[in-house]
Design a protein. Sequence first.
Length: 376
Amino acid sequence: MSAYTVTPSRCHIDLAALRRNFARLGDPASIMPVIKSDAYGHGLLPVARALDQAGARRFAVGTVSEGAALREAGLGQRIVPLLGAVSPEDWQAAVALDLTPLLADFEDIEKAAACCPADRPLRVAVKCETGMNRLGFSAEDLPALLESLRRFPRITPVLALSHLSCADMPEEDAYTQAQIEHFAAMCAVLRETFPGIARSLGNSPAALGLPETRYEACRPGLALYGGNSFANTAREALGADLEWVMSVSAPVLRVRRLRAGQSVSYGRSFTAPCEATVAVVAAGYATGFARGLSNRIDLLINGRRVPQVGRVCMGMVMADVSALPDVRTGDTAWILGGPAAPGQRPVTAQEMADELGTIPYEILCLMGSTNPRVYL
């Protein structure tokens, strides 16, 4: 069967910007880039290769399968699958490929012991629960955890990690500080038995504003891709120099005139108050342009922002280009990013997220997974 695409739109990934963001976040030796979920929609292997060239020594992925893909591509860094090994096949693959599987409960210890290699220790990561209340061992579990690990001396913890739930919210500083202290106390106990165990707590906001959380392996995610975790807060300036890595373009399919009183698209949610010119652009909710953005966001065409009008369709959106008389069929519209004229600014994933009441992570994952990617 021939390969096919469902859209003429394109997702542009600027790997040079990715490497610059990585450099801004500190010493490569102390960073574990988070490239889970296909690198937040930016493409697992191209992103991993670019970060490898930039000096990354570790990677955090989502699944064992993502870790396997990195190994098959020849990448030799320490790789931690943050969801853990979900199935027996995952455990076998993690061991065979020298990944660092996650221990998040006592059953994981038994599963790890069942597939320990005979010729080397099985290096694992220990997930500590400090306030996120998803995965991990609590402080109260530590005595039993250490006792279980003593039963299986070939299991070697090399990393202790936890996750901050609201480090991007200055109003929750007290909770974040409590998590930091909780993690430090748990690591102190673990290090009595495993003195060489590395620690990983900081995420993107912590990398920008909480240096005490960096430890041996800080785990930035969104910041790598240009997102500012402190957007719309008093600490916004801390991430002001980050560059968005993803931009999304789509061709103009048609330019048409509307008479006063004519509507466009489903539901007649936009009716021209006077004569207007509308560009029909090949993007829509099937390519990550949320229907909830209808009549609420701009596009960038010929370097200038123009309002999106009418109901967003599966594969088409419309923009009022009455102020741009030179727009033609075949011109490029930018859904995210793109070259802006002086005095103009591109639309960002943060702006889209703010309009939708969500977070830029969601925008990037959807746009990156539904549009064919090209790399710069």
